[in-house]
Design a protein around this ligand. Sequence first.
Ligand code: PMV
Length: 308
Amino acid sequence: MTTSSAPGKIILFGEHAVVYGRPALAVPVTQVHADVEVLDSARAGIWIQAPDVNLHAELNTLPSDHPIASVIHNFFFLSRVSPFPNLDIRISSTIPVASGLGSGAAVSVALLRALSSHLEKQMTDKEVNAFVYEIEKLHHGTPSGIDNTVVTYAQPVYFVKGLPIEIFRVGRPFTILIGDTGIPAPTRESVGDVQRFWLKDKARWESLFDNIAEISFTARRVIEEGWVKMLGELMDENHALLQQMTVSSPELDTLVEAARSAGALGAKMSGGGRGGNMIALVEPETAEAVSASLKEAGATNTIITRVA
Ligand code: PMV
C-alpha cells in the first residue's frame, strides 16, 4: 500500500490580481488535508472510493473529465503505464469543497503522488506542480496556478504567474483565524466576472490590481521582517479593494466586521470570494474569543492556523 497526504491552503494577499500577473501570498493549512491510499487489488479494474463525495466506482464508468479520473488517465498516459494495473484507490479529505482552501488541488497532488510512488514512476515537485496545474485548468478555466503551487510545495509562497516559485521566510510566527461563510462559491464565476469588468474598463481595473500588487509586495517584506501588526492593516486595505472589485459578499463582510470588532488586528476575504472563507490576523491569546464571535456572526466553521 502507498499513501500520500497534501494540505489545504489559504491566500493571505493578492487573490484575483494574481490572475493578471500581480504577486500573491499564500500559505499551507495543515489542519485540513487530503489523503490517498493506493493498493494492489485482486479484482479487475481500478476501483475508486471517495466517501466524502459519495464516489464508489470503477475508473472506466466515470466520465473522462471527472476531476479524479482525469488525474489517473493523464498520469497513466504520460507515464506510459500499460496495461492498467488492478488497483484500489481510497481518497478522503477534511478540506471543505469550493471554499477557497484548495481542496481540488490537494486531492490531485495526493492522488498523483500516491499513484506515482506506488507504480515506481517517481516525480519531482516541479513535475507534480506542472501536472496538477494542467488538471486545475481543466476544471477552473484560467487559474493562476497559486493553489497547486502552495499545495505541492507545502510552504509559504510568494507567487507570480509564470515565474519560478519563491518561498518566503516568516520573520516572526503569526496566527490566522479562518472563518467559513458556509456558502460554496465557484471561483470560476467570480474570476469570470472580474474578467468581464476588466475588459470593459481596463484602466480602472489595472490600477486596482496595481494597488493590490503594492499590498502583496509590502506584506512579504512585513512578514519577513516580523512586523506582525502592520499585516493587519494591509489585510484591511486588501479587503476594501476586493469589495470595490465586487468579489466580497454581505456574509463575508459580516464576518470581517465581526472579527475586527472582536479584536482581530485585521481581516479580509480570501480566495475567489462571494462566499467561501475569510481570514483574520489574531493574537494567539484572543484567537478562541474571535473564533466564537465569528460563529455567533454566522461562520459555519473556523480554523486557527499558525504561520511559522
Ligand atoms: O478560491 P481559491 O482559493 O481557489 O482562489 C482563487 C484565487 C483567484 O486569484 C481568485 C483565482 C486564481 O486562480 O488565482
